[in-house]
Design a binder for this molecule. Structure first.
Ligand code: NAD
Length: 432
């Protein structure tokens, strides 16, 4: 099939590369000339494990090309994906400017039947808005499909190639049949392709992210209570996770969720419910708990040190989660900001996000080449992102570098017993 993907970010680039990998001819479009230049020079604009190899292979085979020329991409394709950002608007709603703008550009370039697929996360009713925008601009026949994306950054290629399910919202059989054919190579292991109406498909994406965010905030509150009553959240987590109705995933407490999706999608879902006069009370609490959780590590440091002026804090992890360079809404940002405001010298390390972090903090933070350099002269270490490489450190080496052996672990990478053995004062989440 000939496919165009408009928007070459975390979702569009992965989707385009994976559709090419299954034999389709894919044109990826972005209005960001620098990004397209980088891709055409054979480099990756983002860090995503395995992505570079898939892109390289399919470019070599000429199944994957990158361009800023949207009209040409639309003219030569049968299926056109919209994968641009839907950032949070001022009132919390999803900003559809990019989605509807791209829909208009697609319409103006059409030269025959097209399936226009919305892959961006968009509120219920957006597929109808896209339909209205397109039909106002063209007399060519078209279908609009809602195909929300469930990939996780850090495991995006695997998630896309082997999805748990594919959700397709389609109002006509012709478009549904094309989408089934397109996705059949990805579901040979038996994962379902679920076809439904567009409203349900659009809502399913928000409901999934809102449910996951709810689990995180719920476990963070359980952890906070654990600290107050002298329980250990690890024991509690395992005890409840073994109940098959609950399951073991997404039960780890931490420093709050971040990233480009959960925060904005939780707010957008509350917003479009409230537009129908429905107050989504749970999500309001989920969001409030998350904001509080992001301040907890700093509060623990304040409780330990009192005035922090003149202290040096080492930070391990800047990205909002491991295996990505994405720092959108990362918990490291409010923590480092609070430390800097308190007169603290911050030394930080992240395996992939340093370049992005430099754009945020400039020279107010010292970025080091590895996780041990962070510790030179540090009064304590704060662990914010659970990169695998932080899990088995050389504790004696750490201790020798630090001014004081104190660790504030926002991801519970170590056990309190282990840290006691190594002679560290250890503060973690939900464990006394
Ligand atoms: P992103 O910001 O990484 O990428 C969006 C891209 O679209 C950018 O490269 C931007 O330059 C481009 N763009 C914007 N307007 C354009 C236009 N008019 N023409 C051409 N290109 C344009 O965003 P993302 O993280 O890939 O997310 C895209 C959508 O997918 C969002 O709705 C998001 O909520 C959803 N989503 C994201 C993830 C994720 O993990 N990042 C997962 C599932 C769904």
């Amino acid at each position: 099939m000939r496919i165009a993907v408009i928007g070459t970010g975390y979702v569009g680039l992965v989707a385009g590369a994976c559709f090419a990998e299954s034999g389709n001819d894919v044109i990826c479009v972005d209005r960001d000339e620098k990004k397209i230049g980088t891709l055409n020079a054979g480099q990756m604009p983002i860090y995503e494990p395995g992505l570079e190899e898939v892109v390289r292979r399919n470019r070599q085979e000429s199944r994957l090309v990158f361009t800023t020329d949207l009209p040409e991409a639309v003219r030569t394709s049968e299926v056109v994906f919209i994968a641009v950002g839907t950032p949070q608007g001022e009132d919390g709603s999803a900003d559809l400017t990019h989605v509807l703008g791209v829909a208009r550009e697609i319409a103006r370039a059409m030269n025959g039947y097209k399936v226009i697929v919305d892959k961006s996360t968009v509120p219920v009713g957006t597929s109808q808005k896209v339909r209205d925008v397109v039909s106002a601009e063209t007399t060519h026949p078209f279908s609009v499909v809602s195909n929300p994306e469930f990939l996780k950054q850090g495991a995006a290629i695997e998630d896309f190639m082997k999805p748990d399910r594919v959700v397709i919202g389609a109002e006509d059989k012709r478009a549904a049949a094309i989408m089934l054919e397109l996705y059949s190579p990805f579901t040979r292991t038996g994962a379902p392709i679920m076809t439904m109406d567009c409203a349900s498909a659009e809502l399913a994406k928000y409901a999934a992210n809102a449910m996951l965010a709810t689990r995180i905030s719920f476990m963070n509150e359980v952890a906070n209570v654990c600290e107050l009553v002298g329980a250990d959240v690890d024991h509690v987590r395992k005890a409840i996770g073994s109940d098959r109705r609950i399951g073991t995933s997404f039960l780890f407490p931490g420093v709050g969720y971040g990233g480009s999706c959960f925060p904005k999608d939780v707010k957008a879902m509350m917003r479009f419910a409230s537009e129908k006069d429905y107050e989504f009370k749970i999500l309001d609490a989920v969001e409030t708990v998350n904001q509080c959780q992001k301040t907890r590590l700093f509060a623990k440091m304040r409780a330990h040190f009192g005035d922090m002026r003149g202290k040096t804090v080492g930070v391990w992890g800047l990205a909002f989660k491991p295996r990505t360079d994405d720092m959108r809404e990362a918990p490291s940002i409010p923590l480092i900001t609070a430390l800097l405001d308190a007169g603290v010298t911050v030394r930080a390390y992240d395996p992939e996000a340093t370049k992005v972090a430099k754009e945020i903090f400039g020279d107010r933070v010292t970025f080091t080449a590895n996780n041990y350099d962070v510790l030179k002269g540090a009064d304590c270490l704060a662990i914010v992102t659970e990169w695998n490489e932080f899990r088995r450190p050389d504790f004696p080496r750490m201790k020798a570098l630090m001014r004081e052996p104190i660790v504030f672990d926002g991801r519970n990478l170590f056990t309190p017993e282990q840290m006691k053995q190594h002679g560290f004062a250890y503060h973690s989440i939900g464990r006394s």
